[in-house]
Design a protein around this ligand. Structure first.
Ligand SMILES: C[S@@+](CC[C@H](N)C(=O)[O-])C[C@H]1O[C@@H](n2cnc3c(N)ncnc32)[C@H](O)[C@@H]1O
Length: 242
């Protein structure tokens, strides 16, 4: 999927995700103090506003957002997960089957900059904790935003749950300390993968604030951008319309 012509940052990221770190879901759970599940659930609810019929979970990883959407949605909604990591997709399929939504979800191998959907065919695109990967120092940032716009129907929404920057200076400093002193070392110790969790701590520390994400989305051509902070702004949910 990612060829050798792509810049180093893109290839490094792809390499990082071609293996599912051992205990990947458990580590997510630990480093978010158990809140990741609730945050994805809120994002799934937001994805389902407005009676969509087909929703894509972009960068679905092991499938938690797609599974949450399928569990909440009922049979009338088609849910597709897409990721460029085959091992992540394999795990997503197993988890969807175990959750009883295997028949109502599909998981596709693909790249965020070349989505296998016709123009204006999706009611919603959701993304959980993969937007930072696609937009922070990543040359695919603009192509990926253009591609999401292309596949969304007019009025369709891009719902993004991602780490963010708390507005309050003291809370922000505490959050950055937490990333450096807890998330990096604990993620590394539990996964055995130093690079991945150092990248997570560093990118989350330097990531854009909500106003900058809003500007990015508006500049790409989205409209009606909203933002809801989670846990004092350590994370948040953006929603933007085509
Ligand atoms: C941090 S994980 C998040 C996974 C999942 N959404 C979650 O909530 O746990 C980021 C995911 O995005 C995927 N990803 C990153 N860049 C991608 C791209 N260009 N195309 C498709 N998937 C991508 C990775 O393979 C990885 O599974």
């Amino acid at each position: 999927m990612v060829d050798t012509d792509l810049p180093q940052q893109t290839r490094t990221l792809h390499g990082m995700f071609t293996a599912v770190p051992p205990r990947y879901d458990l580590i997510n759970h630990i480093i978010t103090l158990g809140l990741d599940w609730r945050w994805r659930r809120s994002a799934a609810e937001t994805c389902l506003d407005g009676r969509p019929r087909h929703i894509l979970d972009l960068g679905c990883g092991t499938g938690d957002l797609a599974i949450n959407i399928a569990l909440l949605a009922g049979e009338s909604v088609k849910v597709t997960g897409l990721d460029y990591s085959l091992p992540m997709l394999e795990r997503a399929r197993e988890k969807a089957a175990a959750a009883g939504v295997g028949e109502r979800t599909e998981f596709l191998h693909g790249d965020a900059i070349e989505l296998p959907f016709p123009d204006a065919s999706l009611d919603g695109v959701g993304i959980s904790f993969a937007f930072r990967n696609l937009t922070w120092k990543n040359p695919v940032r603009l192509p990926h935003l253009a591609e999401v716009l292309r596949v969304l129907k007019p009025g369709g929404r891009y719902v993004i749950v991602e780490s963010s920057q708390p507005e309050n200076r003291l809370i922000r400093a505490a959050f950055h300390l937490y990333l450096k002193a807890f998330v990096g070392p604990v993620g590394t110790a539990l996964s055995g993968n130093r690079g991945a969790y150092r990248y997570l701590a560093e990118s989350a520390t330097r990531y854009y604030n909500p106003a900058e994400v809003r500007e990015m989305l508006l500049a790409a051509g989205f409209s009606a951008v909203s933002y809801r902070p989670l846990l004092f702004g350590a994370a948040g949910i953006h929603a933007a319309s085509r």
